[in-house]
Design a protein around this ligand. Structure first.
Ligand code: UDP
Length: 236
């Protein structure tokens, strides 16, 4: 399928129109940013890995009845997805304290949380994606309370599926960020990507980081980490 006009370019992906008016083509780039765009770089073949990794995760979720924007994988870097209006709320789910949760609440990175935590962030680069609660989201008309409850329940279901399946591959799902969209028919579906850019993955045996923290924290072997995740989840 041919790419048409580019409708959006983000930090890690470009989105194009195509011959289907209910779909877009997403192209995964190698560009990497961190700390709200303050750190910029490139990770060799990241776009290829993230396209393939997201494909596997969307497939796992489909098998368990989760509705996503994923339609097909077109090439090494291209995915065909349903057209949606992205809900400007980033839904972060956490099993283990890390990143901003650890620093904000004074927890030790690696501490298992007694209960899975779901958080909402306003998707707004200028403001640095601030943490918001349900009433902020409703007051700003980002979503209704019912929709937020649906996002939270769906995020927890996705967490259960991915956590268990990754466990069988020796990978600990520490935390991850999801974005949801609304289709032309008004259905809320999982959108965006699920990849080492948007998740924290640790090796269960060694706690080695296998995600974008290797780039954020200059830990080296960044490309190898993305490749390792792809290999582990592709092995049956
Ligand atoms: N995350 C993301 N995009 C963002 C912010 C966070 O994909 O704009 C992911 C991040 O990779 C991690 C989880 O959400 O898996 C929780 O991130 P955290 O709030 O700890 O922030 P970070 O340390 O990533 O800035």
């Amino acid at each position: 399928m041919q790419k048409g006009q580019m409708v959006y370019e983000g930090k890690a992906k470009r989105v194009y129109e195509c011959e289907r008016d209910d779909a877009y083509i997403v192209e995964f780039k190698d560009d990497a940013t961190a700390f709200n765009g303050q750190k910029k770089g490139s990770i060799t073949k990241k776009g290829v890995y993230n396209n393939a990794i997201s494909t596997v995760f969307f497939d796992w979720l489909k098998q368990e009845g989760i509705v996503t924007h994923y339609i097909d994988t077109l090439s090494e870097r291209e995915m065909l997805v349903k057209r949606v209006r992205i809900i400007p709320v980033e839904v972060v789910t956490r099993n283990v304290a890390a990143g901003t949760l650890a620093s904000r609440l004074g927890l030790i990175e690696g501490e298992k949380l007694k209960q899975t935590v779901v958080e909402f962030y306003l998707k707004n680069d200028e403001l640095g994606d601030p943490l918001i609660n349900h009433s902020h989201a409703v007051a700003l008309e980002l979503a209704t309370r019912e929709e937020l409850d649906h996002l939270e329940r769906t995020a927890l279901m996705i967490n259960d599926i991915l956590y268990e399946r990754l466990h069988t591959k020796g990978v600990l799902l520490v935390d991850f960020k999801l974005e949801f969209g609304v289709t032309a028919e008004g259905e809320i579906v999982l959108a965006d990507e699920i990849s080492p850019d948007t998740c924290r993955f640790w090796d269960e045996q060694t706690n080695e980081k296998l995600d974008k923290d290797r780039f954020r924290r200059d830990l080296g072997r960044v490309e190898e980490a993305y490749q390792e995740i792809l290999h582990r989840i592709q092995n049956k």
